[in-house]
Design a binder for this molecule. Structure first.
Ligand SMILES: [Zn+2]
Length: 416
């Protein structure tokens, strides 16, 4: 009695949840913009009247006979798809693949309520559609998020672009966001100067792609540096991303740095244009999958990897000769990929890194797979928290070292 609600919609929502929780099959008796009256079935005395509260804009429970004489009901007309969408909102938003089977299970277990698959499917779609809107139009929330990151992490670069097309129509619509934390910038400067680049699709309802820049620490763990959400991966978005990264990490013309990526055209052009002095390695696994369409036998693949792992020119040439003997075309085809981009013998020695594949960057992307299914701010926050936690874990490990040299580096030194 006396409970108030902001709107009649809110009142309806609460009564629907009441009916579900108490397994009661209520029916609406009188319903208009000013009042709503509920009764129960089977001569049960339960009555509830909610109506406008005098001159105020709110609504209030005016009549309540709370006792039921009826039994539990296993169907419930008030459990509409809209009510169910609100009920499952968090679960579905956190996991867009949340199974309908589980939704049914929960309703059965908690409320003894039997709801059809089609109704739940509709409820789930409704909860997800609201998310899509939040990706496209939630520019203001993203700007506030960016401001919060800048304030709580001074020196952090957060850049948000809005759509020019939408702006012409007077709408401020989110287009891209770039984030590079100050702590990650500073940390990267003490690591070997290698940066893996990769783009990956967002998995949820929100469209777009995630671009990441990832380094490697002295234990060969991935070390995330910066990430961005863009509309899609192309020369324009990669150029934008690398320009911002260049500023964040003070890369100048790229003299000191080595990039690692697969061979997407947009990305290659962007690196060449923005940081023309940088070294750029091509991931050998991508060379393998392009070259290998023709050369599928194990022997040729194996020799290709040996070519990539050759650490001096003669070794490379000898291995290539062996490959040529197995199949002449496979060797000449392999040379279509500029050898200085993928063979250790030709790598610069400045970055002190033997990597010939981009696995470390791709493993970062799969590590955040779950986050990639979420709406944009939830995703960015989950990435931030995950990165923070793994850095703490790695630091704790580092504090247990016997000296200033990492066990991985020490092992390499001893092996040689
Ligand atoms: Zn009743």
């Amino acid at each position: 009695m006396g409970m108030t609600f902001k709107t009649i919609q809110e009142a309806r929502q609460v009564v629907s949840f009441y009916a579900m929780a108490n397994k009661k099959k209520l029916k609406t008796k009188k319903s208009d913009t000013k009042r709503i009256r509920y009764e129960c079935y089977d001569g049960c005395p339960f009555t509830l009247l909610i109506s406008k509260d005098g001159k105020s804009a709110t609504f209030k429970v005016k009549t309540l006979k709370p006792k039921h004489t009826c039994g539990d009901s296993f169907v419930n007309p008030l459990a509409t798809y809209h009510t169910l969408a609100v009920y499952f909102k968090d679960e579905v938003q956190n996991n867009p693949k949340y199974p309908i089977k589980d939704m049914r299970g929960i309703l059965e277990k908690k409320f003894k309520l039997n709801v059809s698959r089609s109704k739940l499917k509709r409820a789930k779609t409704m909860a997800l559609d609201k998310l899509e809107g939040s990706f496209k139009d939630d520019y203001n929330r993203l700007e506030a998020y960016g401001q919060e990151l800048r304030q709580s992490n001074p020196g952090t670069d957060v850049v948000i672009n809005i759509s020019k097309d939408a702006l012409e129509q007077g709408i401020r619509r989110f287009l891209r966001i770039y984030i590079c934390f100050k702590a990650l910038k500073d940390g990267w400067k003490s690591l070997r100067p290698i940066i893996g680049l990769d783009g990956t699709f967002l998995k949820g309802k929100c469209k777009g792609q995630l671009l990441v820049a990832v380094g490697q620490d002295s234990m060969n763990h991935f070390y995330p540096i910066a990430w961005a959400v863009v509309e899609k991966e192309n020369t324009g978005t990669w150029t934008w991303f690398i320009q911002l990264l260049r500023i964040s990490l003070e890369l100048k013309n790229g003299e000191i740095v080595t990039f690692m990526s697969d061979m997407q055209k947009g990305l290659l052009d962007a690196v060449a244009n923005v940081v023309p002095e940088a070294h750029h390695r091509f991931c050998v696994r991508h060379i393998e999958s392009n070259w290998c369409k023709k050369w599928r036998s194990g022997e040729e693949k194996k020799l290709m990897w040996w070519c990539a792992w050759s650490t001096y020119e003669e070794e490379f040439k000898d291995t290539l000769k062996v490959l040529g003997k197995v199949d002449e075309d496979s060797a000449s085809d392999l040379l279509h990929f500029p050898v200085i981009k993928w063979c250790r013998a030709y790598f610069d020695t400045q970055c002190k890194n033997l990597m010939v594949d981009n696995n470390f960057t791709e493993s970062f992307n799969s590590w955040i797979l779950e986050a990639r299914q979420k709406p944009i701010i939830k995703m960015l926050e989950e990435i931030r928290v995950k990165v923070m936690k793994i850095l703490v874990k790695n630091e704790k490990m580092g504090r247990k070292w016997q000296n200033d040299i990492s066990p991985t580096a020490m092992k390499l030194y001893n092996d040689y």
